[in-house]
Ligand binder design. Structure first.
Ligand code: NAP
Length: 244
């Protein structure tokens, strides 16, 4: 029988790359999607050198036509899809009074509309799997809010509502839909923070350290595994205790 296939969006760096490595090590074939095809190809070459079965798809996940082409490409390449990890995301931070409509729209389109587009496009193929899973990578900010991130918090909270509604719609079909909500994770997204901002963030983390992509990947790994078959509609915070 062919390997189970996982689609991971935003997969060539940061948290998405850590998830890709982890799922490859657990026997998944990978469909990796992001806008930068060069970066995807370079990362896929590393994974392939370690024995992974991987295909890459240049795709802006906020564009319906590109998302449809992505799922069609997965159908053609692998003929199956077992897990979808909606991980692609951006920030465009700013206080509400100064936030431009374009920053609101970009964040909502890339972080939230993409989850609707990818989940809907992938659904028919996914429902053919005996172990169908969707894991949506939200954020603790979607649970707690954060000053300067009304757009990002709204998008990440929206992912949680979407996931719970979808989990209810497809629970009897064996499709589990869950959310991982990372806290403060070392990546390009947090790399631009200055020392004072980093110290302030660390002060809010009971564990006293930033998380890693591997911390998040471990949670995703459980939620795409056979062991999580009776877990759906849940939000698993991977945040060193930030949101509790
Ligand atoms: P990152 O290093 O900035 O990587 C983001 C990934 O998303 C990149 O691969 C990027 O590739 C892709 N992407 C962005 N816009 C896209 C689009 N329109 N279509 C397709 N792919 C797109 O971010 P990260 O820190 O790993 O974060 C990954 C996820 O975790 C995000 O959803 C983020 O909100 C969430 N998260 C992160 C943290 C943290 O502390 N780092 C905390 C909580 C939640 P291209 O630019 O090539 O498209």
């Amino acid at each position: 029988m062919s390997k189970p296939v996982a689609l991971i969006t935003g997969a060539h760096r940061g948290i998405g790359a850590a998830i890709a490595k982890k799922l490859a090590s657990e026997g998944f074939a990978l469909a990796l999607a992001a806008r930068s095809l060069d970066a995807l190809n370079a990362f896929a070459a590393q994974l392939a050198a370690q024995g992974a079965d991987v295909a890459v798809f240049g795709c802006d996940v906020s564009d319906p036509a590109q998302v449809d082409a992505l799922v069609k490409g997965i159908q053609e390449k692998f003929g199956r899809l077992d897990a979808v990890v909606n991980n692609a995301g951006i920030t465009r931070d700013g206080l509400l009074l100064r936030m431009k409509e374009e920053d609101w729209n970009a964040v909502l389109d890339i972080n939230l509309k993409s989850v609707f587009l990818v989940s809907k496009a992938a659904l028919r193929l996914l429902l053919k799997s005996s172990q169908a899973r969707i894991v949506n990578v939200s954020s603790v900010v979607g649970v707690t809010g954060n000053a300067g991130q009304t757009n990002y918090a709204a998008s990440k909270a929206g992912m949680i509502g979407f996931s719970k509604a979808m989990a209810r719609e497809y629970a009897t079909k064996g499709l589990c839909v869950n959310v991982v909500a990372p806290g403060f994770i070392e990546s390009d997204m947090t790399g631009h923070l200055n020392e004072a901002q980093t110290a302030a963030a660390l002060g809010q983390i009971p564990a006293g350290r930033m998380g890693t992509g591997d911390d998040v990947a471990a949670a995703v790994s459980f939620l795409v595994s056979a062991s999580s078959a009776y877990v759906t509609g849940q939000v698993l915070c991977v945040d060193g205790g930030m949101a509790m």
